[in-house]
Design a protein around this ligand. Structure first.
Ligand SMILES: Cc1cc2nc3c(=O)[nH]c(=O)nc-3n(C[C@H](O)[C@H](O)[C@H](O)COP(=O)(O)O)c2cc1C
Length: 300
């Protein structure tokens, strides 16, 4: 077997595969499938300071080969989340928390709660496209840095910033969050999109515009990884449309040190095992002994 261990900042991960936020529930929800052992980490669904009700139905719509969601980060708030959450140590994978909020202070409060709950790292979700007023911190380097700075001072854990493919200059946003203390960046969250039902003549999502995910967004996410890797040495986690071992290899070659699997879990909850096997086959065929040899190799 190929050496699959990777490092994200100070964190060694046994596998370059990470389960993406919102696609494996609380992570505990996923444990019964016995599918977690192939991941280096798993990110729990984003949680805010106060409970968020999310958007009314319909909140999901298939669109071509991908999927639109406009859930609006429905969650019970950090206090309820903590009381309902069994200890993360009970799981066969490091659990990362995902913080979301409408102010920097809310993000910091959530980060404190996640830290007390025992997560191994915190991903700051700056890129939710579904908030009521359309605000997205990840579009503005200064706003993004302000939030990451607040989270940085509220926890000793590794902090990552999850950015948006909708931003005008993702390398500038990445540089700003690194300056503010981010240990890694996750590239990326969903792409803005919409769908219309030609029979009802109405938008398919109650919130009209939602986040597009799945296979069609892979080239967009890959471009984001490439652009940030060109200008920064920050550890990058690639995310967007990955559904095969070769997709993972492409993200590593573009400059990611690890990847996240998202939408693929809905059709195939145990996709991680298949994808890791495919990645191993690719490495053996290509004479790659350690997965780390691939990281950034397309830039050489
Ligand atoms: C139904 C659904 C819920 C999601 N919820 C979250 C979330 O709570 N927090 C977050 O940071 N990203 C969330 N995402 C985004 C995914 O983690 C991932 O970044 C995105 O879907 C792109 O990857 P993919 O194409 O592999 O799905 C969600 C995606 C989907 C499809």
């Amino acid at each position: 077997m190929t050496d699959m261990e990777v490092t994200i900042g100070s964190m060694p991960l046994r596998s370059p595969l990470i389960a993406a936020a919102g696609t494996v529930g609380s992570v505990h929800d996923f444990a019964d499938l016995d599918a977690l052992s192939v991941y280096g980490a798993a990110v729990a669904k984003s949680v805010s300071g106060e409970p968020w009700p999310g958007r009314p139905a319909p909140r999901l719509a298939p669109a071509g080969e991908g999927m639109l969601n406009g859930i609006g980060i429905q969650n019970p708030g950090i206090d309820e989340w903590r009381s309902a959450m069994p200890p993360p140590e009970a799981l066969p994978v490091p659990v990362w928390g995902s913080a979301v909020g409408v102010t920097a202070a809310e993000f910091a409060l959530v980060a404190k709660g996640l830290t007390a709950a025992g997560v191994a790292a915190i991903e700051v979700n700056l890129s939710c496209p579904n908030l009521e007023d359309g605000r997205m911190f990840a579009l503005d380097p200064r706003a993004a840095a302000h939030v990451v700075g607040a989270v940085r001072t509220s926890t000793e854990l590794p902090v990552g910033a999850k950015l948006s493919p909708n931003s005008e200059d993702i390398a500038a946003v990445a540089a700003a969050v690194v300056e503010a203390g981010a240990d890694f960046v996750t590239l990326t969250n969903t792409v803005w999109g919409m769908a219309i039902d030609s029979v009802t003549r109405r938008p398919r999502l109650s919130g009209v515009i939602g986040g597009y995910s799945g296979a069609p967004i892979k080239p967009i996410a890959l471009r984001c990884v490439w652009e940030v890797a060109l200008s920064s040495r920050v550890p990058i986690i690639g995310c967007g449309g990955i559904r095969s071992g070769l997709d993972v290899a492409e993200f590593l070659l573009a400059g990611a040190s690890a990847v996240q699997l998202g939408t693929v879990h809905f059709a195939e909850p145990r996709a991680g095992r298949r994808i890791l096997g495919e990645l191993d086959s690719y490495c053996r065929r290509s004479g790659v002994e350690s997965i780390r040899e691939l990281v950034g190799a397309s830039h050489e």
